[in-house]
Write a protein that binds this ligand. Structure first.
Ligand code: ZN
Length: 309
């Protein structure tokens, strides 16, 4: 193939990667070229987020389009240009489709690169392909990883908080406390009415934890003498283990400092090892233990933890 022509394909793959980036998708783009006439017969970029599927890599979409164009699944006599080294799945698809050769712009420096599975794969080392990925992941880390605490004050916000509590508690606590106690605690402490009462009578402050536009959890605190009591901090399952609890705790510590309080303290069930590990990881120190009767024959068997504001 003439050198100029291949530049067109590389640029087109890059342009597709940039489309993906603009849509919040991992920026990888691919084109498939018919070697007999140099025509691009398939284009694709990553759409895993939009399509909610790990299958929607740029290469897969380009292969699908090329097959539709040619009216069959055999892509003999074609070449693929893709901005990133294909993964195992895509390398397999390239083999199954009988694509003659693959040219990729940058190696996958992670564990997924699978060019070694392909006989005719060559890296053309285009800085721009790596750059678009680097920029994307850099920006995403800054933009996506920050949570916001939105004070829940209106009835609508408090109802959303109660709904989050209902969902998270029923997902998390039955294995720890049993279903009966979980139901009891949700109905007693986590309803819209219970929240209203906590706010009115005890000075609780509720927050919805938001990431992007999404409600991902909730948290509640209450000034308690010279300390701030962290009563609730719950995240939906898919948002745990990403450092959001630490961010929320830091925000509560800041609130405590600003209000002249010396520390933040909390109680955690003795058997809740996941939460204990998380709190200790954040820097909370155990200050004691105790059993609290919460009525109807149920007790809370807790450790107490505290961290400086
Ligand atoms: Zn892939």
């Amino acid at each position: 193939m003439e050198e100029d022509k291949s530049l067109v394909y590389k640029d087109e793959a890059l342009r597709l990667a940039q489309c993906a980036a603009a849509l919040g998708e991992v920026p990888v783009g691919a084109v498939i070229v018919r070697l007999s006439d140099g025509q691009i017969i398939g284009r694709g970029y990553n759409t895993c987020e939009k399509g909610r599927s790990p299958l929607l890599h740029a290469e897969m979409s380009a292969i699908k389009e090329a097959c539709a164009f040619l009216g069959g699944w055999r892509l003999e006599g074609t070449a693929m240009y893709v901005t990133l080294e294909p993964c195992t799945m895509c390398a397999g698809a390239v083999l199954n489709a009988r694509i003659d050769s693959v040219f990729y712009g940058t190696p996958d420096t992670g564990v997924r690169g699978a060019a070694h599975l392909l006989k005719n794969a060559r890296c053309y080392e285009d800085e721009r392909c790596a750059e678009v990925l680097k920029t994307f992941f850099g920006n995403r880390r800054i933009k996506m990883d920050r949570i916001k605490l939105v004070k829940a004050e209106t009835d609508d916000q408090l109802k959303r908080t109660a709904a989050l509590a209902d969902e998270i508690w029923h997902e998390y606590f039955p294995s720890l406390l049993g279903s009966a106690q979980t139901d009891y605690m949700v109905n007693r402490f986590c309803t819209f009415e219970a929240e209203k009462e906590n706010i009115r009578n005890e000075g609780y402050i509720y927050y919805i934890i938001k990431k992007g536009g999404e409600d991902i959890g909730y948290t509640a605190v209450k000034p308690d003498g010279e300390r701030l009591f962290l009563s609730k901090l719950y995240l939906k399952a898919e948002h745990r283990g990403k450092g959001y609890s630490r961010q929320a705790v830091d925000m509560h510590r800041e609130y405590a400092r600003k209000n002249g309080l010396v520390s933040v303290w909390l109680t955690v069930n003795k058997g809740n090892f996941v939460a204990i590990r998380a709190y200790e990881g954040i820097g909370f120190k155990r200050t004691g233990s105790g059993v609290t009767d919460i009525g109807s024959g149920f007790v809370m068997d807790d450790h107490f933890y505290e961290i400086k504001a």
